[in-house]
Structures are given as structure tokens and as C-alpha cells.
Unconditional design. Structure first.
Length: 65
């Protein structure tokens, strides 16, 4: 048997379910990540809206009275 065959055929230990504490920490981390992504998206949206508004204002030529 070749060395590579031995390493490929090793049994992988079964993955145990997380403890309640670990599951809670993982859930809180996911919530934090989602909130961070949502905050970044909202900031970008507001930045684009402000840029569009200033562009529209710059393109609108007011006639002198």
C-alpha cells in the first residue's frame, strides 16, 4: 500500500453538534456579521442617493430672473 493511499483512507472523526453555548455564540456572530453588512449597504445606498441628488442639482440650470 502506498503512503498516499493510507492518508486518503483515514477515518474522519464524526462532527459533534455544538453545545448550546457554542450555538449561541455562533448565532450572535452571524447576527453581528449580518448587521454589519446591512449597515454598509445602507451607507452605500445613502451615498449614491446623495451623489445622484447633487448631480441632478448640478444639471438643473436655473434661468436668471
Amino acid at each position: 500500500m502506498k503512503c498516499i493511499e493510507i492518508t486518503e483512507n483515514r477515518l474522519v472523526a464524526p462532527v459533534r453538534p455544538p453545545t448550546p453555548e457554542q450555538a449561541r455564540l455562533a448565532a450572535l456572530k452571524r447576527q453581528k456579521d449580518n448587521a454589519s453588512k446591512t449597515l454598509d449597504a445602507e451607507r452605500k445606498r445613502q451615498k449614491v442617493a446623495k451623489a445622484q441628488q447633487s448631480l441632478q442639482k448640478a444639471l438643473t440650470v436655473e434661468s436668471p430672473a
